[in-house]
Design a protein around this ligand. Sequence first.
Ligand code: SF4
Length: 351
Amino acid sequence: MPRQAAPMTAPGKITDCLERLKGSGLPQRDDLIALLSCADEKELKPLFLAADARRKAAVGDVVHLRGIVEFSNYCERNCLYCGLRRVNRQLKRYRMSNREILEAAFAVKAAKIPTLVLQSGEDSFYTTEKLCSLIQSIKAETGLVVTLSLGERPRNDYHAFREAGADRYLLKHETASPSLYGRLHPDSRQENRLQCLKWLKELRYETGAGIMVGLPGQDAAVLADDILLISSLKADMAGIGPFLPHPQTPLAACPSGMVLPVLTVLALVRLACPTINLPATTALSVLHPEGRKKALAVGANVVMPDFTPPAYRRLYDLYPGRTAGSEDTELIMETLKKEIICCGRTLQVTT
Ligand code: SF4
C-alpha cells in the first residue's frame, strides 16, 4: 500500500471486518481491502492483537532461526526494484567458492541454528550439477536443513535439488497483479513464476512465497489479492517486507514503503494462514530500529540472521541500508537472542 493511497475506512467497519476474519475459512476480499486501506494505527490495534493471539495458538511462542548465506550476487534478471539487477554496473560482483560456502554453513551449525538458507541472484554459472554437489556436501557434512532461494529454474532442476537433499525453497511471488508484475519484471513472466511455485509444492518442498509492501503501483486491492494468493498457494512461508528504493535502479526516486502497512499485511497473512512461517524481515529492521520486535508482535515467528562473510555481505546490495550495523556474527546473535527473549518468546536452537 503506497504512502499516498490510504483512503479512510468508515468507523466500526474495521471491527465488523475483523470479526469475520477471526472466523475460519478464506477471508473475504472486501474485508481485506477495508483493513488494508486503514492508516490509523489505533484502529488497527485489534487486528494486531488478533494476529498475535492466532500466532500463539497456531504455532506457539517459538521463534525459528534460519542462517542465511548469500553466495553469489550475479543476476541475469533486471527487476526494476533490485540493486542486483543485471544492468547495475556499479556493483562489484562475487561468487563464493564451495569451501567458503561450506565454512559459512559450519558457522550456522556452530551457532546452533538448524536451518541454512542458500541464496543468490539468478546465476546460471551454478549448473544443476554444481548445485546438487554443493547441497549433498552440506547435508553430509553439517546435517543442516537446507533451504534454497535461487529464483526460477526448470522443474528438472528443482527435482534434482530435492533429490540431492534440499528441503525448502523460497520464491517470492512478488505481486498477484499481472500488470504490476509485468511492469516490474521486464524479462520474466508471472505465469512462469506461479508455475515454479506450483512445481515446488508438487515436489514437496516447504515453499515460501512473498511480496514487498509499498511498491509503486500497488494498492490495497493488489495486497488483498496477494494475501489470497499466498493462502491459495498453501505457502508454508511468506516473506513480507517493505519496498526500499535502491539508488541504482529505475525506482530510485519512489517513496519507501512504510511500517504500518507492512504490519497490517503480516497480521492479515497470519489470520488467513494460521500455521504459516512468517519472518520478521531485515528490510523492516532497516526501515525502523524496532522493526523486528514490531513484526514479532503481529504474527511473525522466524528470524534470518545473515552468515554471509562480511566482505561479501556488503555486496549483496538488494536495497540500501541492509548491511548497516555490526558485522560480528556472535554479537548479532547475542543481540537477537536478547531481543527475542525480551519479547516473551523462545528460541529454536539445536542441542
Ligand atoms: S529480485 Fe532476484 S531475480 Fe530480480 S534482479 Fe534481484 S536478485 Fe535478480
